[in-house]
Design a protein around this ligand. Structure first.
Ligand code: GAL
Length: 964
């Protein structure tokens, strides 16, 4: 292997300084080298010799590029190649450590002067926070060395080479290197210098590194502090009156750090002529009696997996975007983040310390593509790669060790098993025994301190929670952490509430991390947001890269709103005694003093009164029953509901006062009577029309043509929905891929046979059979229309015929109305979409929207936008208005394209509003589940074909809004 070029040999690099703790603030002078660099791209690693690194090289003919950045996202019209997305498979022949000759190579040049106040004495280091996939570096014509490890920091000592003016920094970056075999994370392949480049002054004798050990003893309420440093110095923490020597230990009463109360103490380390600002959080994390604890208390992770992603800049994130991520997490009750699957930009961890998030900090390591090859040649099981693995472990731990937010070290992701991982774990445990080690890929748990799983079923989580699972002895006593669960691809994930119940029931189940935080949709000139395959890739995994709780532009998806509700740290429910509400504090440590509680009372969705509710400042884990006020006067027979909300009493760093944390609704009284079916009017037949009250029907088919002045088209039973990513299911879930099963059965092309159109004395009855070609199963549907002369009633009876072995996507009617009806008001669940297993966040109320506003813009279009528990719905626009009331309550979806068009669309730009508003009034929907990667829809949320009856009452207005 010695004959291989450096970027192909397995070594981690050459010439770099040993890794050390990263810190943002010190009094050392620094110079950011971010900005415009000269750039030249070659299609191969050896396309150009290295004469460009000479100090006098003339790069005036080169293009410019922004550093930090990825070159594939910066070339005009694809001039610098294109991003490529694969999940597991390597996009090059697997022949480790060799890489293709077609190895796009970016030469980067930057000239700089030292600032006028740059200290005259001392040394300097040149720091790269992230370069994909490797770099060879020269300063002023002298080669410094080279490194691999894309999302890790690398530094060179450069003091002796610097001059006051006209320094030339040259960096050659290859897209592919031996390191690429270790970086097979499921994401875009994006080469470039994508994190900061900085020159840091270091005084003569400055410390090489320091390690802050800050623990918390919950029994005594004291913090222990020791700062180790390779050069002697002093540590001061004025707020604690501390002034101690490095290496010395102090024990003082402190407030502990936690994600909920991220108490930091400002301190300073003075050593070797440098003053280093410290932000110290005292906390201890450990596994005790089979439970993961922080500061003596069980921790419950309400987490997300976060890749670094920006729709225009890829993995090159600015501080504002990082802060936005952290604030969005905090505002959505998220308390933990797994940095999947590499250490994040170091500034992100500062934010986690400051705002309070438990962090699982993961190594830059994944070799998943070897699974396709039965793990033959897996680098983590090949001693030649161990130095590279060790380097990755060390660069993770050394850089991030002083962050109180980091509570678990994670070796990496999806690497199978091997001695290399064991070596990493051994090194980490020795270097930092204060944090437990995580790795999901080894079920024996030989190298881990927690039992980690991804995408287990609810049933299995329950079994593990009851400690009834089989398995190696070593893992029996370990706490369970779901490093990934609930796949947020497209519409979903479903089943979050049921997981949360298990986490709150079983002490051993300590929560998990939803996969994942944000859709990696890249801005695309034609498609809005592009995914795998949209950039001409030879191999790709389609929209599997769009599986986040945020849309690419960081707008929260319904999945995030659902998650926020499911993990709310305060539970508000009906109390045992009537007239009371039960409030439970589900925080890990915080009491309720930071929250204010409000109540409101609604009758038929109308707000009648509201006020403040006195709730005691319950400690974590405690419940109380709180008496509600006397219900205000309200119309007899109305449906009355209390809504109790917990909001921030005071502004925090991440949300204003009044920001909602949790809520609950308690029904005071159900509606006294079911809505009455309109009756009394007589149908009349004339030529090819039948009229009944305001309804005009086709005499042959029995289909309605108009409701008063409102044209109606295509009213029929409907069972089809544009399959969601979770309906489609992952290829490794062959048995229950509903999208395929449904299509095979033909549910997307149902035929409607009219069996009878019967005009009775006070009704019009239409019998039909709805069934797919080539099958002997179907649904008998009977529509019975009545009217009182003003309103129209529709009773639908459905009886399945034949052998139905698969659930239905949906069951209801759809009809076309004028597209001018663009305003929507309803009384029911809202304001957002909901499905049977994604309905926790829907609250009962009166809501308003536009038709456009009802649509959820999933990057790959699919079923979306259903509103649940609708009592009534009004559509208005132009001069028309239609009101629909349901018995029982129904689901509705309204869109200016058909389900077939939605199903056929690949990108949002394929959906163009037509003249017809397609209104779906559903009696039921099939659940969503998480089958795009993990388990499917729980049995209770499956929509089995079974006899069903449901009714609607339609009323119409000629001038919108108010019903006749
Ligand atoms: C996991 C993997 C993630 C991602 C996810 C599916 O197996 O760790 O990186 O691929 O599945 O989106």
């Amino acid at each position: 292997m010695s004959t291989l070029p450096w970027y192909e040999d397995v070594s981690p690099g050459r010439g770099t300084l040993p890794p050390r703790a990263w810190y943002a603030r010190s009094d050392a002078a620094s110079l950011s080298l971010n900005g415009e660099w000269a750039f030249r791209l070659s299609p191969a690693a050896d396309g150009h010799d290295d004469s460009f690194a000479a100090a006098d090289f003339d790069a005036s003919g080169w293009d410019g590029i922004t550093v930090p950045g990825h070159w594939v996202l910066q070339g005009k019209d694809g001039a610098y190649g294109a991003p490529a997305y694969t999940n597991v498979v390597y996009p090059f022949p697997v022949d480790p450590p060799r890489v293709p000759s077609e190895n796009p190579t970016g030469d980067h040049l930057r000239r700089f002067d030292l600032p006028g106040d740059w200290p005259a004495t001392g040394g300097a280091v040149l720091r790269f926070d992230g370069v994909e996939s490797c770099a060879r570096v020269w300063l002023n014509g002298t080669e410094l060395g080279e490194f691999k490890g894309s999302r890790l920091a690398h530094e060179f000592a450069v003091g002796r080479l610097l001059r006051a003016r006209d320094n030339v920094l040259a960096v050659r970056v290859h897209q592919w290197s031996s390191g690429s075999y270790l970086e097979d994370q499921d994401q875009w392949w994006l080469p470039g210098i994508f994190r900061d480049v900085t020159l840091l002054h270091r005084p003569e004798g400055a410390p090489a590194d320091f390690f802050v050990h800050a623990s918390y003893d919950h029994a005594g309420g004291t913090g222990g502090l020791r700062v180790d440093c390779d050069v002697p110095g002093r540590v001061t923490v004025p707020e604690l009156g501390l002034d101690l020597a490095t290496g010395g230990t102090a024990t003082v009463p402190v407030e502990p750090w936690s994600a909920e109360v991220p108490r930091l103490y400002e301190g300073e380390l003075t050593a070797g002529g440098e003053r280093i600002a410290l932000r110290i959080g005292f906390r201890s994390v450990y596994v005790e009696d089979g439970v993961l604890k922080a500061n003596g208390r069980r921790v419950l992770f309400r987490g997300v997996n976060r890749h670094e992603f920006h729709p225009e800049r890829g993995r090159s994130l600015d501080l504002a975007t990082m802060r936005e991520d952290v604030e969005l997490m905090k505002r959505h009750n998220i308390n933990a983040v797994r940095t999947s699957h590499y250490p994040p930009h170091p500034a992100f961890l500062d934010l986690c310390d400051e705002y309070g998030l438990w962090v699982v900090d993961e190594g830059d390591l994944e070799t998943h593509g070897f699974e396709e090859l039965a793990w033959r040649g897996n680098p983590v099981d090949d001693a030649r790669w161990t130095p590279a693995l060790h380097d990755r472990a060390a660069r993770l731990v050394e850089r991030d060790k002083n962050h109180p937010s980091v509570v678990l070290w994670s070796l990496g992701n999806e690497c199978g098993t091997g001695a290399g991982l064991t070596a990493m774990a051994r090194w980490i445990r020795e270097r930092d025994p204060s944090r437990p080690v995580h790795y999901e890929g080894d079920r024996s748990c030989a190298d881990t301190d927690v039992y980690s799983r991804m995408y287990p079923t609810h049933a299995e989580v329950d079994e593990i929670g009851r400690r009834a699972d089989e398995g190696p002895e070593a893992r029996r006593g370990l706490p369970l952490v779901l490093c990934e669960y609930a796949h947020a691809m497209g519409n979903g994930p479903g089943g979050l509430s049921e997981y949360q119940r298990l986490f709150e029931t079983h002490e051993r189940c300590q929560g998990g991390f939803v996969w994942e935080w944000i859709d990696h949709g890249l801005v695309h000139p034609e498609y809005g947001y592009g995914y795998g395959g949209d950039f001409g890739e030879e191999l790709h995994d389609g929209n599997f890269v769009c599986d986040g709780l945020l849309f690419p532009d960081r707008t929260p998806s319904p999945g995030l709103l659902e998650y926020k509700k499911v993990i709310e740290p305060v539970r508000i429910a009906a109390g045992e005694e009537p007239g009371t509400v039960s409030v439970t504090n589900g925080h890990d440590v915080a009491d309720l003093a930071h929250l204010a509680f409000t109540w409101s009372f609604r009758a038929d969705g109308e707000d009648l009164a509201e006020g403040l509710l006195e709730v005691p400042a319950l400690p974590a884990g405690r419940s109380a029953a709180v008496r509600l006020p006397e219900p205000p006067a309200h119309p007899a027979g109305a449906e009355t509901v209390w809504t109790v909300r917990a909001v921030l009493a005071r502004a925090t760093a991440w949300a204003p006062a009044g920001h909602e944390i949790a809520w609950g609704q308690i029904t005071a009284a159900a509606p006294a009577a079911a809505p009455r079916t309109p009756a009394g009017a007589r149908p009349a037949r004339a030529a090819d029309r039948i009229t009944l009250g305001p309804g005009v029907f086709d005499a042959r088919t029995g289909e309605p043509l108009a409701f008063g002045a409102v044209a109606v088209t295509g009213l029929r039973l409907d069972v089809w929905r544009a399959p969601t990513d979770n309906d489609e299911g992952a290829p490794w879930q062959p048995d229950v891929r509903y999208g395929t099963l449904w299509r095979t059965l033909g549910l997307h092309r149902m035929r409607h046979r009219t069996d009878e159109v019967r005009v009775g004395p006070d009704s019009l009855t239409v019998r039909s059979r709805v069934a797919p070609a080539g099958r002997d199963l179907g649904l008998a549907a009977t529509y019975r229309w009545t009217s009182d002369g003003t309103a129209l009633g529709l009773d639908v009876d459905v009886v399945p015929e034949g052998e139905w072995t698969v659930p239905l996507p949906r069951l209801g009617v759809r009809l076309g109305l004028p597209g001018t009806l663009d305003r929507v008001a309803w009384y029911g669940g809202g304001p957002g979409e909901a499905y049977p297993d994604t309905r926790a966040a829907a609250r009962l109320g009166r809501w308003e929207s536009t038709v456009a506003g009802l649509q959820t813009p999933y990057v790959r279009p699919q079923e979306n936008g259903a509103r649940i528990d609708t009592r009534w719905l009004e559509l208005s626009g132009g001069t028309d208005g239609v009101r629909v009331a349901g018995d029982p309550a129904f689901w509705f979806t309204a869109r200016r394209w058909t389900t077939e068009q939605l199903d056929a669309a690949a990108h949002g730009t394929d959906l163009v509003p037509g003249d017809v508003l397609w209104l779906h009034l559903d009696h039921a929907q099939h659940g969503i589940g998480s089958q795009s990667c993990g388990p499917g829809v729980l049995p209770v949320h499956r929509l089995s074909a079974a006899p069903a009856s449901f009714s609607f009452t339609f009323t119409f207005t000629a001038s919108g809004g108010q019903s006749a």
